[in-house]
Design a protein around this ligand. Structure first.
Ligand SMILES: *Cc1c(COP(=O)(O)O)cnc(C)c1O
Length: 402
C-alpha cells in the first residue's frame, strides 16, 4: 500500500483517466487552433468540438445543437436557472427546487429570490426522495421552472426523473436537472425522461476539471434562455468565450468511456459499496443515509451514532480520503443541509461519512477502508471523550431497518 490514503471521495472529484488525457494532449500543442478561425488550425479545432458535441448528444439522446459547453456544472446550473428566469420573466416568476440540491442550484435560486422571484423549496422524505404529489401541488400557473437533481452528491439518491419530466410537461413547466453526479453512472435519456435542461460536468467522471455542458431542448418545447455571459456570440449566442478544445475533447472522451463501460462498471462498483456496507454495519449504531437501492452504485453514506464527526474524520485521514457531513465552506461548521433535510439530527449529520467508490478502487482497498473505519470508531467509542450523549432516541434511530 502506498503512503497516500486510499481515495474514496470520487463524488468530490476523480482523477483524469489516462485514456482521456491521451485524447486531450494533441489539442494543447499541434492542434491548438481557435474553433472559430477560418483556416486549417481553426477547422481542426472546430471538428474536434463538433465531434465532442455529437458524442455528448448521443450519450443523452439529444441533438448536437442542443449542447452548450460551459466551464462545469456550476456554470450550467446558473445558465439554466437564471437564463430561464430572465427569458420567461413575463410568463411567470415562480421556481421550484428541492432542499437537498447542490449549492450551485440553491444559490442561483436564492439570488433570484433577492431580485423578487418566488422560489418553493420542496422537502424530501427520510430516504432523500421527493414526493411527487408534493411537487404536483407546488406547481402554479406562474411556475416557469422545476429544478430537481438527477443524483445527489452526498447520499447518491436518484430522483424519479421520468415521472418528474412527465408531470412538468403535463403542466407546461420546464424541467431542469443537475446531472453532474449521474452522467455515466446511470442512463440518462432527455427524450424519454422529458428533460428540458440538463447540467453536466467532466471532473466527476474521470475527465478534466473546468469543463461541462448544458443540454437545452430545441423542440417541443423550444427552451428560451437569456445568456449570462456576453461576448463573441459562441454557442449560438448562449455562452460566449473561446471554446476550450482540449477540455471539450476530454469531456467527450470521458463520457464515451463511462457509457461504454457502464453495465459492467456499475455492477463492479455496486459490489464494492455493498461489501463496504456489509462490513461497516457490523458496528452498532451505524445508519445508512438515503434510499437503500435507488442510489448511485458507488455511493455509501453512513452516520455513526455516538461519535464526534470531526474526531472521526481526523481518525480516518491518515488511511482514507472521504468526506464528512459537515460543510466546511465557511469558518462556522454547519451540518450537511442534505442530511438535515432528510430528518437526521445535527449530531448524526456531523458524524456521517460519504464514501464515493470509483473506477480505480479495488476490493483490497475497500477491505482496508472498512477495517480502518471500524477500528477508528471502536477506539473513539472506547476513549469515550469523543462520545456525544447517546440518547435513547438515537438508539431507536439506529435500529431502523434502513
Ligand atoms: C460537483 C457538482 C456540481 C459542481 O460542478 P462543477 O463542474 O464543479 O462546477 C454541481 N452539482 C452537483 C450535483 C455536483 O456534484
Amino acid at each position: 500500500m502506498s503512503q497516500r490514503p486510499i481515495y474514496l471521495d470520487n463524488h468530490a472529484t476523480t482523477p483524469v483517466d489516462p485514456r482521456v488525457l491521451a485524447a486531450m494532449l494533441p489539442y494543447f500543442t499541434e492542434q491548438f487552433g481557435n474553433a472559430t478561425s477560418s483556416h486549417v488550425y481553426g477547422w481542426e479545432a472546430e471538428a474536434a468540438v463538433q465531434q465532442g458535441r455529437e458524442t455528448l448528444a448521443a450519450a443523452i439522446q439529444a441533438a448536437p445543437e442542443e449542447i452548450i459547453f460551459t466551464s462545469g456544472a456550476t456554470e450550467a446550473n446558473n445558465l439554466a436557472i437564471k437564463g430561464v428566469a430572465e427569458a420567461y420573466f413575463s410568463k411567470g416568476r415562480h421556481l421550484i427546487t428541492v432542499a437537498t440540491e447542490h449549492n450551485a442550484v440553491l444559490d442561483p435560486c436564492r439570488y433570484l429570490q433577492s431580485l423578487g422571484f418566488e422560489v418553493t423549496t420542496l422537502p424530501v422524505q427520510p430516504d432523500g426522495l421527493i414526493d411527487l404529489a408534493v411537487l404536483e401541488q407546488a406547481i402554479r400557473p406562474d411556475t416557469v421552472l422545476v429544478s430537481v437533481m438527477a443524483a445527489n452528491n452526498e447520499i447518491g439518491v436518484v430522483q424519479p426523473l421520468a415521472e418528474i419530466g412527465a408531470l412538468c410537461h403535463d403542466r407546461h413547466v420546464l424541467f431542469h436537472t443537475d446531472a453532474a453526479q449521474a452522467i455515466g453512472k446511470i442512463s440518462l435519456n432527455v427524450t424519454a425522461m422529458q428533460i428540458d435542461l440538463m447540467s453536466l460536468t467532466a471532473h466527476k467522471l474521470y475527465g478534466p476539471k473546468g469543463i461541462g455542458a448544458l443540454y437545452v431542448r430545441r423542440r417541443s418545447p423550444r427552451v428560451q434562455l437569456a445568456p449570462q455571459l456576453h461576448g463573441g456570440g459562441h454557442e449560438r449566442g448562449l455562452r460566449s468565450g473561446t471554446l476550450y478544445t482540449p477540455q471539450i475533447v476530454g469531456l467527450a472522451k470521458a463520457v464515451e468511456l463511462a457509457i461504454a463501460d457502464m453495465p459492467a462498471e456499475s455492477q463492479r462498483v455496486l459490489a464494492l459499496s455493498d461489501r463496504l456496507w456489509q462490513s461497516l454495519r457490523q458496528l452498532d449504531g451505524v445508519l445508512l443515509n438515503g434510499h437503500p437501492t435507488q442510489r448511485l452504485p458507488g455511493n455509501l453514506n453512513i452516520s455513526v451514532a455516538g461519535v464526534d464527526g470531526s474526531a472521526l474524520l481526523l481518525g480516518l485521514q491518515p488511511a482514507i480520503a472521504v468526506s464528512s457531513g459537515s460543510a466546511c465552506t465557511s469558518a462556522k461548521r454547519t451540518p450537511s443541509h442534505v442530511l438535515t433535510a432528510m430528518g437526521r439530527s445535527p449530531d448524526l449529520a456531523y458524524a456521517s461519512l460519504r464514501f464515493g467508490i470509483g473506477r480505480f478502487n479495488t476490493d483490497a482497498e475497500i477491505d482496508q477502508a472498512a477495517d480502518w473505519t471500524i477500528a477508528t470508531v471502536r477506539s473513539l467509542r472506547e476513549a469515550g471523550s469523543a462520545v456525544v450523549e447517546a440518547p435513547t432516541s438515537r438508539r431507536s434511530a439506529a435500529t431502523d431497518s434502513r
